[in-house]
Write a protein that binds this ligand. Sequence first.
Ligand code: PRP
Ligand code: URA
Length: 209
Amino acid sequence: MSKVVVFNHPLIQHKLSIMRDKNTGVKEFRELLEEISTLMVFEVTRDLELEDVEVETPICTCTCKKLAGRKLAIVPILRAGLGMVDGVLNIIPAAKVGHIGLYRDPQTLEPVEYYCKLPADSNERDILVVDPMLATGGSASAAITFIKQRGCSHIRLLNLIAAPEGIKRIQEDHPDVDIFVAGLDEKLNEHGYIVPGLGDAGDRLFGTK
Ligand code: PRP
Ligand code: URA
């Protein structure tokens, strides 16, 4: 069963509350999503492997640590996932970025794929799938399936807000994928929106409504 990490850090909770406010405008919403994404990366990457390295400081030579092992790729689910990419790149600037285009059919709530471009060596990388909203979980589950079909096996999912329904769906479909969320909300409404949530993340990020 995959692990679910809910961030209770005061800075993240404070920023998330501002994002939820319907009066928060596009500019602030975008900046906060980037900031929270950066803060989340610390926990998401906690178990990255390290190796010893000799460093000569101005005082002496010492044994220090540097990252070892597999490199990372970030895969945003378009559109709203784009808002989390720069936040991750702020502290993992060498990560490669793939894109998966999915939108949720408003009637069926089923994900429809319209784009997929991943780094050629993505099967050798740890993959961070990013999308602000995990509602029914259909979009994230489909994205993870596409990524697995391309040979990737080390996948983590980062969401700003999740509904219990989405968590359950990912745990059933992809029990190997750990889930990191800034907020775990109460439920979905009859239109598949997260309650209390923050509304339509893509529209709030790009100002399309
Ligand atoms: C939103 C969100 C997720 C999806 C979540 O995208 O960014 O991708 O809905 O819903 P689900 O868990 O029920 O699949 P949307 O389909 O609105 O597309 P957009 O990012 O282009 O606005
Ligand atoms: N997509 C969103 O953008 N918001 C929700 O609450 C659910 C799906």
